[in-house]
Structure formats: structure tokens, C-alpha cells
Design a protein around this ligand. Sequence first.
Ligand SMILES: Cc1ncc(C[n+]2csc(CCO)c2C)c(N)n1
Length: 218
Amino acid sequence: MKWSEATWQESQAIYSAIINLPFIQEMTAGTLEVTKFQFYLKQDALYLTYFGSVLAAIAAKLADPKHALAYLGYAEQAIVVERVLHESFFKQYAIADYGEMQPSCHHYCHYLRAVVGFESVEVAAAATLPCFWIYGEVGRYIKDRVQQPNNPYQAWVDTYAAADFNTSVTEAIAICDALAENASEATREQMTKAFLRAAYFEYDFWLAAQTQVSWTPL
Ligand SMILES: Cc1ncc(C[n+]2csc(CCO)c2C)c(N)n1
């Protein structure tokens, strides 16, 4: 079995927990409170900037130029998506500024930075894979279930259920499988751990938006 298949199976409890979050269910129904979506958008804009630089750092470390080119493309995509958020969604949802990076986003971003700085490139690539894979699946899940003809979150759903985004997901999975194939068993295990940890952070990111988790005041 491919590394990605085995790892995806291991992550199913986390994926189900994400799908069952009220945030996802209410977004699908179009009933999600706007303040929760605004919290999410601001944190996501901050996340995307960090994520873009992590992807560029991975690209710099990849030995195969085809892989490096792919990650440079993802880095560009992350920064472009951030611009789109800023220019369209921030205006639509009346968000004036990013605000501060809150605990869940901070934890996720700095975990990714630590992995790319101190672990092997294989492990770093595996840590960024849930971002692609889980979003692709969540996007499709919501798209298939949106019933309200003018769901206020339709534009967001369309971003992640788009066909070109799906191509990136498939390609990133294939690159991680190629890296896993040439890695030692110990590295493969580290890759799986990193994937599961990042998948958990994806869960926590939505949960934090749902419950508006912010820094505890002094
Ligand atoms: C918390 C969080 N996780 C994943 C994504 C999705 N995403 C962001 S950039 C990118 C790949 C292209 O560079 C993908 C799939 C998000 N927006 N926010």
C-alpha cells in the first residue's frame, strides 16, 4: 500500500471530526454566523502567508527539480489565495485588518516552521499535505451538499472545490509518495506522525473559529 493510502486511513477519525464540526455543517447549510466566518477569514489570511513561505522553503530543499517547481507553484498559489481573500472576502465581510494571530493558527504555523527548519524535507512535505488533502475533501463534501441556491459561503466553497485545486492535491500526494518510497522506514514513520499532527491542527483551526478561541487576557 502507498504511504499516502495508509496515512489517509489513519487520519479518518480526524477527518470525520472535521466534517462533523458545527462550523462545517453550518457553512454547508448557509447558517454559519458571520462573526465566526470573519474570525476564520482573518486567521486564514495570516496562515496563508506563513504557509506560502514554508512551501517555498520546502521547494528550496527538494532534490528533484520537478518537485521543487511544484512546491514553488504551491507557494505562489498560497500567496495568491491570500490576496484573493484580502481583496474580495475581506471587503465582502467588512474586515478592516488582519488582527492578531490567535493560538490555534499560531500553533499550526509555528509547528510548520519548526518542521521545515529542523526536520527532513520528507517530513516537512508530509506536514504540509493535510492542508491540501483535507481542504480538497472538505471543499468537495460541502459542494456536494450545498442546497440553498444562494448560500452566502458559496464563493469560498468554489475556491476549494475547483478542478485546478484538485490537480494540486493529487500532485502533492504523488510527490509525498515518491519521497516516502525513497525514505527509510524511520523517516516514513516520522512523515506519518507529521501528517497526523497537521491534520489535527486543521481540525483545531476550524474549532477555534467556531468557538472564537483567543489569547487569554492577563
Ligand atoms: C488552515 C488552512 N488549511 C488549509 C488551507 C488550504 N490551502 C491553503 S494554501 C493551499 C495550497 C496551495 O498553496 C491550500 C490547499 C487553508 N486555506 N487554510
